[in-house]
Design a protein around this ligand. Structure first.
Ligand code: SF4
Length: 211
């Protein structure tokens, strides 16, 4: 039994090390999808905020899932561009149908009845960066949810329009600037309390930092 524990612990240690290696000071598309840039700042400065073995496993399963590409699509397509004068980078899970469709994969423990707004926003930011790079702008996006608890999947498709891309740029450019300034100065952005606080690993730190 003790031997088995040691072996399991070695795996767990490797999982934590892999997650730690993912930390980067670059501003990623995923840093801009939530209203609260302070959370993204904490993630960059202090790491993922893995507070339990369970949350580490969820992150790790998601990471492994993303390593599997979809047939007939370009897998992990790198994008980058300026938003609000700040360099933003990202990696599109799957670019399909000759560049007409962006697919983003999400692991979950309950498939939502409609795609989450911040997941749709993520796809729209990818499309905006493709546009800035002079690449073909996809006309459709899709989120595929993979319920790891019940082995179910469901995809939701939505159109990508020029109007949506213009409003996305207005929404996320100030967020990118605020995050970049915070990283440069070492002063956390203002908190934006909301539903995300219920899932945020940095609640205590945020309270200590105050306004
Ligand atoms: S606790 Fe809420 S306001 Fe504070 S960083 Fe987390 S999400 Fe933002």
């Amino acid at each position: 039994m003790a031997g088995a524990d040691v072996i399991a612990w070695r795996l767990i240690r490797s999982i934590f090390r892999e997650l730690e290696e993912d930390r980067s000071r670059e501003i990623h598309v995923t840093d801009l999808v939530y209203e609260c840039p302070r959370r993204a700042y904490y993630e960059k400065v202090y790491g993922y905020g893995v507070t339990s073995l369970q949350s580490a496993f969820v992150l790790w399963i998601g990471k492994k899932l993303h390593e599997t590409g979809m047939d007939g699509c370009d897998h992990e397509v790198a994008v980058e561009g300026e938003l609000g004068g700040v360099r933003v980078v990202g990696s599109i899970d799957e670019l399909c149908e000759g560049g007409d469709l962006i697919v983003d994969k999400k692991t979950t423990r309950r498939i939502p009845r409609q795609p989450h707004e911040h997941h749709v926003l993520q796809v729209l930011i990818y499309a905006l960066l493709l546009q800035k790079m002079g690449r073909r702008v996809p006309r459709r996006g899709a989120i595929v949810y993979i319920d790891v608890a019940n082995a179910e999947t469901k995809s939701y498709e939505f159109p990508i329009t020029a109007t949506a891309l213009a409003s996305v740029e207005k929404e996320v450019a100030p967020r990118a600037r605020e995050l970049a300034t915070a990283l440069a100065t070492g002063k956390p952005p203002k908190p934006r309390p909301g539903w995300l606080c219920n899932y945020c690993s940095y609640v205590r730190r945020c309270a200590l930092d105050g306004e």
